[in-house]
Design a protein around this ligand. Structure first.
Ligand code: FES
Ligand code: FES
Length: 215
């Protein structure tokens, strides 16, 4: 007895036909959908879904508790500038490359354009507006003026926040700052006007360090 010969084309045609028939015969749980329904799988640790409309966001901004109504898709930078009316943080690149939007979140410098506003719920956020005491500039701001550490000023608020974080860290160690520490702290802050040497000098003035010119 000879077995029927199977050609490659015949085999593929048979498999294709079987697949179509199988999909046609698959039972459907709901009319109009192929997705079987079953018991919902939930992750108890998943964060609660919010939005898409504006929902309350409470944080401490420059020492004052505030509550804003913010859509979950909004960045911290947008919420600060458009909802809180705090325009010190600048929107320049809007993609984490220039540092002009730097703020302190619980004392840590962060690019506010790269965070969602709701990620800072309950946190302490400090912007450049929080460095002055009314009309009196903070020590670092005054040193920037004294050392001519700004020209167009677009980078300045971000520079001030990165340098403030550095000075606070250095204050904890009580060691005088070195120029390379300042340069490292502002490595993520770009100044198209090229005021870097003056910024370093201003920070060293406040941080008790020596400039390179002084040795
Ligand atoms: S605007 Fe955020 S890093 Fe440039
Ligand atoms: S002062 Fe103009 S970008 Fe820095």
């Amino acid at each position: 007895m000879t077995s029927p010969s199977i050609t490659r084309r015949g085999l593929l045609r048979g498999v294709g036909t079987a697949s179509v028939l199988a999909s046609c015969n698959r039972p459907k749980d709901k009319p109009g959908t192929d997705t079987p329904t079953g018991p919902a799988v939930t992750d108890a640790n998943a964060p609660a879904e919010i939005g898409p409309d504006a929902v309350p966001l409470t944080l401490t901004l420059n020492g004052k508790p505030i509550t804003l109504a913010v859509e979950p898709r909004v960045t911290l930078l947008q919420a600060l500038r458009l909802d809180a009316g705090v325009t010190g943080p600048k929107q320049v690149c809007d993609r984490g490359a220039c540092g002009a939007c730097t703020v302190l979140v619980d004392g840590v410098p962060r690019n506010s354009c790269m965070m969602l506003a709701h990620d800072v719920a309950g946190a302490n956020v400090t912007t450049v507006e929080g460095l002055a005491d009314g009309a009196t500039l903070g020590a670092l701001q005054a040193a920037f003026v004294e050392h001519d550490a700004l020209q167009c000023g677009f980078c300045t608020s971000g520079m001030l926040m990165s340098c403030t974080a550095l000075l606070r860290r250095a204050g904890n160690t009580r060691a005088p700052l070195r120029a390379e520490q300042v340069r490292e702290a502002i490595a993520g802050n770009l100044c198209r006007c090229g005021t870097y040497p003056n910024i370093v000098a201003a920070v060293l003035k406040v941080g008790g360090g020596k400039s390179e010119a002084e040795g």
